[in-house]
Design a protein around this ligand. Sequence first.
Ligand code: PLP
Length: 396
Amino acid sequence: MRFASRTSLPPNPIVGLSDKIASLPLKDLIPLQQGDLSMDTPREIMDAAWDALERGYTKYAPAAGYPELRNAVAKKLRDYNQIDLDPETQILITQGSTEALYLAVNALLDPGEEAIIPAPYYPPYDSLIKASGATPRYVGATEDEGWLPAPEAIEKAVNKRTRALLINTPNNPTGTVYPRKYLEDIGRTAVDHDLPILSDEAYEALVFDGAEHVSPMSIPSMRDNAIGLFSFSKTFAMTGWRLGYLCGPEEFIKRAGTIHNLVLAHVSSHIQIAGLRALQGWDRFSAPIVRELDERRRTLVDELNTLDGMSCKLPQGTFYVFPDFRDAVPGLTSQELADRFLQAGVGSSPGTFFGSGGDGYQRLSYSKVGIPQIVEGVKRMKRVIAQYASAGPLEN
Ligand SMILES: Cc1ncc(COP(=O)(O)O)c(C=O)c1O
């Protein structure tokens, strides 16, 4: 059998790492590599799904999603994102933001075209864009720049093949929350070149220290160019339910909806009703999750800063920290350090998973671990670092 070349593209390396870890005889692993949550989905949301099944939500549903759910999404966008959209024509209910991403990329990019992406970046963007026949063009940023690529560098990356700018705020892996002024600056490039700006906002609810999550769609000058990708996964601890939504200009939603209809028909009927209940209790459901994550975030960063050679800043969003280990273990690559951490019983994602600019860094997630595990995990890292310091850098 002959297969299409897109099937040879690399899968998400984080999923690959989790699969590898699951196959190892590791007892007592501290899983800082994963972007899933330890908290259960709130009981009320689970009950809503069960109740929906009993009430007959077992049949086909409208392709774009039930009107009542789209209306609730429109209300949430108005109340929390300051975005005013027509629920009938500008909102599409998707199977997680993963499907929303697939639809957006495939609705906008033809083979031979390019999409600009700030780096470090969420790894699936790479294969997803390549699978459409287009090419990702990365614009790197450093930690000193707050992980925000200079707007001039983004402007410079635009060429006649560029068809989209894909951003992610709050950002996986760095935890950076894009400031409004920065969004306005890079938005000018998008508007001047008539480029859609795809904004992956899967972590919109996970912001701390009073940081403001800003949707490009809420900025008046960008309204016609901005597309929003949203998720229920992280806000309500609903990662396994696979529910999200795509928002944007009417013609874009119509075309993305055509692909959605072909590949999925629609999101499972009872899951949509559970999503409706989730949106009706946004603050009640998400606040305890954010509070718990905030405590873990502070603990992880405080603990990391007790390690020799480490200075880890408090990220304002997501449930990741992205510390630089180069001074702690000079000469070790990210992958080598992640291998050593794994041997010591700590899972971590090497920074290079997120682009070459991530070498020397690790992405550590505090979403699946409580405070005692965080403290124990950093203790194990300390041992790895001390061992490396006493043995000296490896000879080549
Ligand atoms: C930046 C980013 N976008 C999208 C997703 C996909 O989320 P969903 O569960 O909504 O498909 C993730 C998942 O980790 C993510 O980190």
